[in-house]
Ligand binder design. Structure first.
Ligand code: ATP
Length: 361
């Protein structure tokens, strides 16, 4: 017996010669909020459709609640899908829209009414039962779409960019609402987005996809703090990536020569002297001025650009060897400002420098 709500066992999906999903293994726990994140065309929607049953694997097995799905059609699966365009029935009221699936299942009128009322309360739309979709805001329509899926009590709710059509403010609001809703109902959510901030805010775990494969899967903080590949480091948040070669292993740390810079960073597994690596250092982990003195890695650069961003100031620095570094300084503690042309000391601690072997991606 497996305890996973959804499992992929080496699943591939080919469209002719094109490999959209490439030998993906995945286990999704009961009640988990998992996000599939990646650039356009990386295979997120295809993965979701393989779970839904709109597509079937070319190779491998998709399991829902421990059962191999094979070619079982969508309507016979314990999953339900919410689409970006909501796909509500325009001629039906909110009550009718939410009750649609239950009517199809030929449940009794009383049961339908009871379940629909309870679900409208969950999504905060009790007052709107008699309205048509066109009489609702985008966010309200999205909540109707959610209610319509959740009322069927699926094992897994599949959400394909469900907030894509909303403006930024409504989107932020709905992100929090969705997360709260998921906690209340305890249903497993598998969510597709290309928006990394959205993924970080909502997910228990994120699967970062690239060219049909999952590059890394884990909780938000783990992907941000410990990216295992260059792609993940670059895709989640912003980072400075520098190519280099491992020069020495020093206990828990390694020393990397990156052009003229000697970078000290945490030692990754299985690294050897001479390995080609990339150093990833987040702009907000860099320290400037006095604070850089005690850092394991230090450098001096010329400021070539300054951008005031409100809560922080972003400096672009050019080191003598030509390396460009992005450094974010919090404005909270400092009133000092540097200008283009100034020279600035910067540094970072070994624990903030991630060393990624080129061999690992
Ligand atoms: P987006 O964020 O743009 O929706 P995605 O990560 O969801 O991207 P998919 O829709 O899964 O990407 O598509 C993955 C790749 O498979 C794309 O290159 C796409 O063109 C291709 N693809 C998807 N469906 C088909 C199909 N029915 N026939 C041929 N190629 C397809």
């Amino acid at each position: 017996m497996t305890s996973y709500d959804v499992e992929f066992r080496s699943v591939s999906k080919h469209f002719g010669d094109f490999v959209a999903v490439d030998r993906v293994d995945l286990q999704v726990e009961k009640g988990e909020f998992l996000t599939l994140l990646g650039p356009s065309g990386c295979g997120k929607s295809t993965t979701l459709r393989l779970i839904a049953g709109f597509l079937h694997p070319t190779e491998g097995d998709v399991l829902i609640a421990g059962e191999v799905m094979g070619t079982r059609p969508a309507y016979r699966r314990e999953s339900s899908m919410v689409f970006q365009d909501y796909a509500l029935f325009p001629h039906m009221s909110v009550l009718e829209n939410v009750g649609f699936g239950l009517r199809e299942r030929r449940e009794s009128r009383e049961d339908i009414r009871r379940k629909v009322d309870a679900m409208l309360e969950v999504v905060g739309l009790t007052e709107f039962g008699d309205r048509r979709p066109s009489q609702l805001s985008g966010g309200q329509q999205q909540r109707v779409a959610l209610a319509r899926s959740l009322v069927l009590e699926p094992t897994v709710l599949l959400l394909d960019e469900p907030l894509g059509a909303l403006d930024l403010k409504m989107r932020r609001h709905m992100q929090v609402e969705l997360k709260n809703l998921q906690h209340r109902v305890g249903v497993t959510f598998i969510y597709v987005t290309h928006d990394q901030e959205e993924a970080l805010v909502m997910s228990d775990r994120i699967a970062v996809m690239n060219q049909g494969r999952i590059e890394q899967i884990g909780p938000s903080h783990e992907l941000y703090e410990n990216p295992r590949t260059r792609f993940v480091a670059d895709f989640i948040g912003e980072t400075n990536l520098m190519a280099g070669t491992v020069e020495a292993l020093e206990g828990e740390t390694v020393r990397v020569a990156a052009r003229e810079l000697a970078v000290v960073g945490l030692r990754p597994p299985e690294v050897r002297v001479g390995d080609a690596v990339h150093v990833s250092i987040r702009p907000e982990k860099i320290r400037g001025g006095e604070e850089s003195r005690d850092c394991e890695t230090t450098a001096q650069g010329e400021i070539v650009d300054v951008v005031y961003k409100g809560s922080e100031i972003r400096y672009e620095l050019r080191l003598p060897d030509g390396t460009l570094l992005t450094y974010d300084e919090q404005t909270k503690h400092h009133s000092r400002r540097f200008a283009v042309g100034d020279t600035l000391d910067v540094g970072w601690s070994a624990e903030d420098a991630r060393i990624i072997r080129d061999e690992d991606g």
